[in-house]
Design a protein around this ligand. Structure first.
Ligand SMILES: Cc1cc2nc3c(=O)[nH]c(=O)nc-3n(C[C@H](O)[C@H](O)[C@H](O)COP(=O)(O)O)c2cc1C
Length: 175
C-alpha cells in the first residue's frame, strides 16, 4: 500500500497544525521546582518524559521566557512533582504569571536537603541532579539524573488533553 504522492499532504502551516495535533495528546501534569542561591520557584509543565533507566534520568522542556528557566540554568538540583487528579487548583496556581511570588503558599510543600521544594501529597516527587541543558528554539531541555523518588501510593495522575484537565480511566472501567 503505497502513499499517494501526487498531492502533498504536508501541513502548509506546520506550527499551527502541529499545535492542533498536540491537542490530541494526553500529557501528565507536573510541577517542576528548583532553586538557585537567592530564589526557589516552581511551575506547571507537561513537557516531561523519562529518558533512560541506566542511569535513571528524565527530561523537562522549559520555555526560555520563564522564571523557572532562569533559575534552572544555574540550579544544581530540581524536582518533578507528578500531580494527582485532584490537584488541578495547584496546577492553575503554578502556571499563573500573577502568582509568581506566592505560589508556595498553596499546597503542602516541604524541602529536601538541597532546599528544593516538593509537594508532599503529589502522586510522586522525583528528585534530580541537573545533568545537562540543551537549548533548542524557544525552550531548553533540562536533563535530570534521578537521585530519589517519594511516592504517595496512588496512581491516578492529573492529565491535560485537548485544552482541558482530565483523568485516566482504564478501558475496563468504562460502561
Ligand atoms: C497544563 C499546562 C502545562 C504547561 N506545560 C509547560 C511546559 O511543559 N513547559 C513550559 O515551559 N511551560 C509550560 N506551561 C506554562 C507555564 O506553567 C507558565 O508559563 C508559567 O507561568 C511559567 O512560570 P514562571 O515564568 O513563573 O516560571 C504549562 C502551563 C499549563 C497550564
Amino acid at each position: 500500500m503505497g502513499a499517494d504522492t501526487g498531492d502533498s499532504s504536508y501541513a502548509r502551516d506546520p506550527a499551527a497544525e502541529f499545535k492542533a495535533a498536540l491537542r490530541g495528546v494526553a500529557s501528565t501534569v507536573v510541577i517542576v521546582t528548583a532553586n538557585d542561591a537567592e530564589r526557589h520557584h516552581g511551575m506547571t509543565a507537561t513537557a516531561f518524559m523519562s529518558l533512560s533507566m541506566q542511569p535513571p534520568s528524565l527530561v523537562v522542556a522549559i520555555n526560555q521566557s520563564t522564571l523557572l528557566h532562569d533559575i534552572l540554568v544555574s540550579a544544581k538540583y530540581f524536582c518533578v512533582n507528578i500531580l494527582n487528579d485532584d490537584q488541578e487548583p495547584i496546577s492553575n496556581i503554578f502556571s499563573d504569571p500573577k502568582t509568581v511570588s506566592d505560589r508556595f503558599l498553596h499546597g503542602a510543600w516541604s524541602y529536601n536537603e538541597h532546599g528544593v521544594g516538593f509537594l508532599t501529597d503529589a502522586q510522586a516527587s522525583i528528585f534530580c541532579m541537573k545533568a545537562g541543558a540543551i537549548p533548542f528554539g524557544t525552550h531548553s531541555l533540562f536533563i535530570g539524573m534521578v537521585e530519589g523518588v517519594q511516592t504517595e501510593g496512588t496512581v491516578s495522575p492529573l492529565l491535560y488533553h485537548n485544552t482541558s484537565y482530565c483523568m485516566s480511566l482504564p478501558r475496563s472501567a468504562r460502561s
